[in-house]
Design a protein around this ligand. Sequence first.
Ligand SMILES: C[S@@+](CC[C@H](N)C(=O)[O-])C[C@H]1O[C@@H](n2cnc3c(N)ncnc32)[C@H](O)[C@@H]1O
Length: 299
Amino acid sequence: MTESTEKSTEESPAVSVPGTPADDETSKEIIYKRKAYRLEQEAKRKMLKTVKFEEKDKDDEIKLPKKKYYRQRAHSNPFSDHQLEYPKSPKDMNWDVLFPAILDDPTKKVTIADIGCGFGGLLMSLSPAFPDKCILGMEIRVQVTQFVEDKIIALRKKHADENAYNNIAVLRGNAMKFLPNFFEKGQLEKIFFCFPDPHFKSKKHKARIVTTTLCSEYAYVLKPGGIIYTITDVKDLHEWMVKHLDEHPLFERMSEDFEKNDTCAKIMYTDTEEGKKVARNEGDKFVACFKRLETPAEI
Ligand SMILES: C[S@@+](CC[C@H](N)C(=O)[O-])C[C@H]1O[C@@H](n2cnc3c(N)ncnc32)[C@H](O)[C@@H]1O
């Protein structure tokens, strides 16, 4: 896999009222500062992405990346991703580059996927909760993916003595396409869809991350007994996801008790960035979890 050379056309606008020379100067300065920061981070990322940190460097003051330098427009068009590259099949995927410290063991594979991981809050919380699992975030936005990469590198360095955060990684990709190119049949144990983009207008519903066709792809990469976790603050989207998964013969909804008490469901409820925002605004969160059945249910 090679990195996309896509130019960022999605730079979020600088905060200023346009029109006056002073404002233009301020916004130019902000954009310049962001670019300089990201270039510096990019150089570090290239060097450190594949490094296995053996122990903490006592003299190195490790700083976590700052989200404000990686902001991008909130919504991306999942049908416009021409620069993305995919492996021809899961065999062609070089996972060692993403998990340099643990994938020396060829039996270790990614078994948990966070689709549309955003700024990676769920990954960072799942990491210590499931130290023996390899967990992958997939994210379509360039700068958001870079933020998560930089944060994982910083956390790996910071916690090198405890050998922590080696089990999480992020990949830039469009999860609506070619998921079976990355994962073998039945490879995944858990797939998360946390606060997916709602695509409110009916003519945009085809861009939603849960559709009948995509449910079949998720069933393919998920092992029997594996779980799909969904959470959203948009009731209509919740009902849409429940309807499509309920109607699919290879999925069955889990009990309310599971949705409230399962470890992953609890982490998902509190630890994603969107989830935190919804909590701050005292909004509702709708959860639905589905089990991948061994054989199709009769409907
Ligand atoms: C509303 S955000 C939620 C982020 C995160 N899951 C959370 O709860 O904080 C939805 C994320 O999904 C990403 N996304 C949307 N469509 C995607 C796709 N087809 N493949 C991968 N990521 C996608 C967006 O770029 C965005 O970061």
